[in-house]
Design a binder for this molecule. Sequence first.
Ligand SMILES: [Zn+2]
Length: 288
Amino acid sequence: MDQVVKALVGGGEISLTVIKNRDMVQKAAVVHLLSDLGMHALGRVLTAVTYMCAHLKDERGKISATFKGDGAGGDLCVAGDYFLHMRGAIDDPYVYLPKRDGEEDVAACIGKKGTLTVVRDDGYEQPFVGVCDLSSGDVSEEFTRYFALSEQLPTAFALFAETKDDDCAFSGGVMIQPLPGASEEAVTKVGEIFSRPDLKELLKEMDAETFAREVFGAEELSCRTPLYQCNCSRAYLRDVLMSFGEAELRDMLKQDGRICAHCHFCNTDYVFYEEDVNEMFAQGANEA
Ligand SMILES: [Zn+2]
Protein backbone atom coordinates (compact mmCIF):
# COMPACT_ATOMS: atom_id res chain seq x y z
CA MET A 1 0.00 0.00 0.00
CA ASP A 2 1.22 3.52 -0.72
CA GLN A 3 2.47 5.52 2.25
CA VAL A 4 3.31 9.09 3.19
CA VAL A 5 5.31 9.20 6.40
CA LYS A 6 6.17 12.43 8.21
CA ALA A 7 8.55 12.74 11.13
CA LEU A 8 10.92 15.12 12.85
CA VAL A 9 14.54 14.00 12.86
CA GLY A 10 17.92 15.51 13.75
CA GLY A 11 16.90 16.28 17.32
CA GLY A 12 13.47 17.49 16.19
CA GLU A 13 14.97 20.23 14.00
CA ILE A 14 14.47 18.72 10.54
CA SER A 15 11.17 17.76 8.94
CA LEU A 16 11.44 14.44 7.10
CA THR A 17 8.87 13.13 4.63
CA VAL A 18 9.13 9.68 3.08
CA ILE A 19 6.81 8.63 0.27
CA LYS A 20 6.28 5.30 -1.40
CA ASN A 21 3.66 5.56 -4.13
CA ARG A 22 4.10 2.74 -6.60
CA ASP A 23 0.33 2.06 -6.73
CA MET A 24 -0.42 5.72 -7.50
CA VAL A 25 2.01 5.82 -10.42
CA GLN A 26 0.80 2.45 -11.69
CA LYS A 27 -2.79 3.78 -11.68
CA ALA A 28 -1.61 6.83 -13.65
CA ALA A 29 0.15 4.48 -16.07
CA VAL A 30 -3.04 2.47 -16.64
CA VAL A 31 -5.26 5.56 -17.00
CA HIS A 32 -2.95 7.27 -19.51
CA LEU A 33 -1.20 4.24 -21.07
CA LEU A 34 2.08 5.82 -20.05
CA SER A 35 5.36 4.78 -21.60
CA ASP A 36 8.21 3.92 -19.24
CA LEU A 37 9.62 7.42 -19.68
CA GLY A 38 6.16 8.91 -19.12
CA MET A 39 5.93 6.99 -15.85
CA HIS A 40 9.34 8.23 -14.77
CA ALA A 41 8.46 11.86 -15.46
CA LEU A 42 4.85 11.95 -14.26
CA GLY A 43 5.66 9.61 -11.35
CA ARG A 44 8.33 11.93 -9.94
CA VAL A 45 6.05 14.97 -10.20
CA LEU A 46 3.20 13.03 -8.55
CA THR A 47 5.56 12.23 -5.67
CA ALA A 48 6.71 15.85 -5.29
CA VAL A 49 3.17 17.25 -5.30
CA THR A 50 2.03 14.52 -2.88
CA TYR A 51 4.75 15.81 -0.55
CA MET A 52 3.42 19.36 -0.83
CA CYS A 53 -0.18 18.23 -0.26
CA ALA A 54 0.89 16.23 2.80
CA HIS A 55 1.94 19.52 4.39
CA LEU A 56 -1.32 21.40 3.73
CA LYS A 57 -2.98 22.37 6.99
CA ASP A 58 -6.57 23.07 5.94
CA GLU A 59 -9.04 20.53 4.58
CA ARG A 60 -9.88 22.93 1.73
CA GLY A 61 -6.23 23.11 0.68
CA LYS A 62 -5.09 22.05 -2.78
CA ILE A 63 -1.98 22.32 -4.92
CA SER A 64 -1.13 22.02 -8.58
CA ALA A 65 2.22 22.01 -10.34
CA THR A 66 2.60 22.50 -14.08
CA PHE A 67 5.77 22.00 -16.09
CA LYS A 68 5.76 23.87 -19.38
CA GLY A 69 9.09 22.89 -20.85
CA ASP A 70 10.64 22.33 -24.24
CA GLY A 71 11.07 18.59 -23.63
CA ALA A 72 9.76 15.68 -25.70
CA GLY A 73 6.87 14.92 -23.32
CA GLY A 74 5.26 18.35 -23.63
CA ASP A 75 3.43 19.94 -20.71
CA LEU A 76 2.97 17.98 -17.53
CA CYS A 77 0.49 18.80 -14.79
CA VAL A 78 -0.21 17.26 -11.38
CA ALA A 79 -2.84 18.34 -8.87
CA GLY A 80 -3.84 17.12 -5.47
CA ASP A 81 -5.50 18.06 -2.22
CA TYR A 82 -5.33 17.85 1.56
CA PHE A 83 -6.77 14.33 1.45
CA LEU A 84 -3.87 13.21 -0.75
CA HIS A 85 -6.13 12.50 -3.70
CA MET A 86 -3.70 13.00 -6.56
CA ARG A 87 -4.05 13.17 -10.33
CA GLY A 88 -1.89 14.13 -13.24
CA ALA A 89 -1.46 14.21 -17.00
CA ILE A 90 1.29 14.61 -19.57
CA ASP A 91 0.79 15.91 -23.13
CA ASP A 92 2.49 12.92 -24.72
CA PRO A 93 1.89 9.86 -22.53
CA TYR A 94 3.67 7.62 -25.08
CA VAL A 95 6.85 9.75 -25.05
CA TYR A 96 9.94 7.73 -25.91
CA LEU A 97 13.60 8.72 -25.95
CA PRO A 98 16.76 6.64 -26.04
CA LYS A 99 18.12 5.97 -22.56
CA ARG A 100 21.02 8.06 -21.31
CA ASP A 101 23.69 6.15 -19.35
CA GLY A 102 21.22 3.29 -18.95
CA GLU A 103 18.55 5.54 -17.34
CA GLU A 104 15.32 7.02 -18.69
CA ASP A 105 16.11 10.53 -19.90
CA VAL A 106 13.59 12.39 -17.71
CA ALA A 107 15.35 15.75 -18.16
CA ALA A 108 14.93 15.55 -21.95
CA CYS A 109 11.27 14.59 -21.45
CA ILE A 110 10.59 17.65 -19.24
CA GLY A 111 12.95 20.10 -20.96
CA LYS A 112 15.61 22.49 -19.76
CA LYS A 113 13.88 25.66 -20.91
CA GLY A 114 10.44 26.71 -19.73
CA THR A 115 8.67 27.16 -16.43
CA LEU A 116 7.43 25.33 -13.37
CA THR A 117 4.28 26.95 -12.01
CA VAL A 118 2.90 25.99 -8.62
CA VAL A 119 -0.53 27.11 -7.45
CA ARG A 120 -0.92 26.61 -3.73
CA ASP A 121 -4.38 27.15 -2.31
CA ASP A 122 -4.08 26.91 1.45
CA GLY A 123 -7.84 27.05 1.74
CA TYR A 124 -8.20 30.35 3.57
CA GLU A 125 -6.45 33.04 1.52
CA GLN A 126 -5.89 33.93 -2.10
CA PRO A 127 -4.01 31.09 -3.80
CA PHE A 128 -0.26 31.64 -3.94
CA VAL A 129 1.20 31.33 -7.43
CA GLY A 130 4.93 30.68 -7.75
CA VAL A 131 6.70 30.54 -11.11
CA CYS A 132 10.25 29.37 -11.59
CA ASP A 133 12.35 29.07 -14.76
CA LEU A 134 13.48 25.53 -15.45
CA SER A 135 17.20 24.91 -15.15
CA SER A 136 17.98 21.26 -15.77
CA GLY A 137 14.78 19.31 -16.36
CA ASP A 138 15.72 17.07 -13.42
CA VAL A 139 12.50 16.91 -11.37
CA SER A 140 14.20 16.67 -7.95
CA GLU A 141 16.41 19.65 -8.79
CA GLU A 142 13.55 21.72 -10.18
CA PHE A 143 11.45 21.29 -7.02
CA THR A 144 14.46 21.95 -4.77
CA ARG A 145 15.06 25.15 -6.73
CA TYR A 146 11.39 26.10 -6.66
CA PHE A 147 11.29 25.82 -2.86
CA ALA A 148 14.45 27.87 -2.45
CA LEU A 149 13.41 30.65 -4.83
CA SER A 150 9.64 30.82 -4.60
CA GLU A 151 8.75 29.56 -1.14
CA GLN A 152 12.12 30.55 0.38
CA LEU A 153 12.27 27.32 2.33
CA PRO A 154 15.37 25.21 1.79
CA THR A 155 13.96 21.79 0.95
CA ALA A 156 15.85 18.90 -0.60
CA PHE A 157 14.02 16.45 -2.86
CA ALA A 158 15.22 12.98 -3.85
CA LEU A 159 12.62 11.52 -6.23
CA PHE A 160 12.85 8.02 -7.66
CA ALA A 161 10.99 5.75 -10.05
CA GLU A 162 11.63 2.40 -11.67
CA THR A 163 9.68 0.64 -14.37
CA LYS A 164 9.67 -2.88 -15.66
CA ASP A 165 7.80 -4.28 -18.66
CA ASP A 166 5.43 -1.28 -18.95
CA ASP A 167 4.59 -1.34 -15.25
CA CYS A 168 5.73 0.84 -12.41
CA ALA A 169 8.03 -1.30 -10.25
CA PHE A 170 8.91 1.33 -7.66
CA SER A 171 8.21 4.99 -7.00
CA GLY A 172 9.01 7.15 -4.05
CA GLY A 173 10.80 10.09 -2.60
CA VAL A 174 12.62 11.46 0.41
CA MET A 175 12.28 15.14 1.34
CA ILE A 176 14.03 17.03 4.13
CA GLN A 177 13.40 20.57 5.28
CA PRO A 178 15.13 22.28 8.23
CA LEU A 179 12.70 23.97 10.61
CA PRO A 180 13.32 27.68 11.27
CA GLY A 181 16.33 28.06 13.56
CA ALA A 182 17.64 24.51 12.94
CA SER A 183 21.25 24.10 14.02
CA GLU A 184 24.00 23.59 11.49
CA GLU A 185 24.89 20.38 13.24
CA ALA A 186 21.40 18.91 12.67
CA VAL A 187 21.36 20.07 9.04
CA THR A 188 24.75 18.48 8.38
CA LYS A 189 23.90 15.23 10.15
CA VAL A 190 20.58 14.68 8.38
CA GLY A 191 22.03 16.00 5.11
CA GLU A 192 24.69 13.30 5.22
CA ILE A 193 22.08 10.57 5.54
CA PHE A 194 20.04 12.16 2.73
CA SER A 195 23.13 12.10 0.48
CA ARG A 196 23.84 8.40 0.97
CA PRO A 197 24.46 6.84 -2.43
CA ASP A 198 22.33 3.84 -1.46
CA LEU A 199 19.31 5.97 -0.43
CA LYS A 200 17.20 4.73 -3.34
CA GLU A 201 18.06 1.08 -2.76
CA LEU A 202 17.18 1.37 0.93
CA LEU A 203 13.85 3.03 0.13
CA LYS A 204 13.11 0.31 -2.39
CA GLU A 205 13.70 -2.45 0.14
CA MET A 206 11.73 -1.04 3.06
CA ASP A 207 8.26 0.36 3.63
CA ALA A 208 8.29 4.11 4.26
CA GLU A 209 7.80 3.79 8.00
CA THR A 210 10.65 1.32 8.51
CA PHE A 211 12.84 3.46 6.25
CA ALA A 212 12.17 6.59 8.33
CA ARG A 213 12.97 4.75 11.55
CA GLU A 214 15.98 2.71 10.46
CA VAL A 215 17.71 5.06 8.03
CA PHE A 216 16.91 8.44 9.61
CA GLY A 217 16.35 7.35 13.21
CA ALA A 218 12.81 8.75 13.29
CA GLU A 219 10.90 7.97 16.46
CA GLU A 220 7.43 9.50 16.40
CA LEU A 221 5.89 9.55 13.00
CA SER A 222 2.58 9.91 11.21
CA CYS A 223 1.52 7.75 8.30
CA ARG A 224 -1.16 8.37 5.66
CA THR A 225 -2.28 6.69 2.46
CA PRO A 226 -2.29 8.74 -0.76
CA LEU A 227 -4.43 7.76 -3.75
CA TYR A 228 -4.56 8.42 -7.47
CA GLN A 229 -8.08 9.74 -7.72
CA CYS A 230 -9.65 12.33 -9.97
CA ASN A 231 -12.19 14.76 -8.56
CA CYS A 232 -14.13 15.25 -11.77
CA SER A 233 -17.80 14.35 -12.08
CA ARG A 234 -20.62 14.73 -14.55
CA ALA A 235 -22.02 17.56 -12.41
CA TYR A 236 -18.67 19.39 -12.50
CA LEU A 237 -18.32 19.10 -16.28
CA ARG A 238 -21.93 20.18 -16.65
CA ASP A 239 -21.12 23.39 -14.76
CA VAL A 240 -18.05 23.97 -16.92
CA LEU A 241 -20.13 23.54 -20.07
CA MET A 242 -22.83 25.87 -18.77
CA SER A 243 -20.23 28.59 -18.40
CA PHE A 244 -19.87 28.61 -22.21
CA GLY A 245 -23.45 29.84 -22.50
CA GLU A 246 -26.50 28.35 -24.19
CA ALA A 247 -25.84 29.68 -27.71
CA GLU A 248 -22.38 28.13 -27.83
CA LEU A 249 -23.66 24.76 -26.60
CA ARG A 250 -26.55 24.75 -29.12
CA ASP A 251 -23.95 25.40 -31.79
CA MET A 252 -21.85 22.43 -30.65
CA LEU A 253 -24.97 20.22 -30.68
CA LYS A 254 -25.75 21.31 -34.24
CA GLN A 255 -22.36 20.06 -35.39
CA ASP A 256 -22.24 16.60 -33.78
CA GLY A 257 -25.62 16.00 -32.17
CA ARG A 258 -23.77 15.69 -28.85
CA ILE A 259 -21.15 17.40 -26.73
CA CYS A 260 -18.22 15.44 -25.46
CA ALA A 261 -16.37 16.82 -22.45
CA HIS A 262 -13.08 15.13 -21.70
CA CYS A 263 -11.24 15.07 -18.36
CA HIS A 264 -7.55 14.82 -19.21
CA PHE A 265 -6.60 13.73 -15.68
CA CYS A 266 -8.57 10.48 -15.72
CA ASN A 267 -9.24 10.11 -19.46
CA THR A 268 -12.99 10.03 -18.93
CA ASP A 269 -15.47 11.28 -21.52
CA TYR A 270 -18.73 12.84 -20.41
CA VAL A 271 -21.30 13.02 -23.19
CA PHE A 272 -24.15 15.51 -23.18
CA TYR A 273 -27.14 15.50 -25.57
CA GLU A 274 -29.80 18.00 -26.52
CA GLU A 275 -32.06 17.02 -23.62
CA ASP A 276 -29.16 17.65 -21.21
CA VAL A 277 -28.64 21.14 -22.62
CA ASN A 278 -32.39 21.81 -22.39
CA GLU A 279 -32.31 20.76 -18.77
CA MET A 280 -29.20 22.87 -17.96
CA PHE A 281 -30.82 26.10 -19.04
CA ALA A 282 -34.32 25.26 -17.87
CA GLN A 283 -32.90 24.80 -14.39
CA GLY A 284 -30.67 27.88 -14.75
CA ALA A 285 -33.80 29.93 -15.48
CA ASN A 286 -35.52 28.50 -12.41
CA GLU A 287 -32.60 29.43 -10.18
CA ALA A 288 -32.53 32.98 -11.53
ZN1 LIG B 1 -11.30 13.24 -14.18
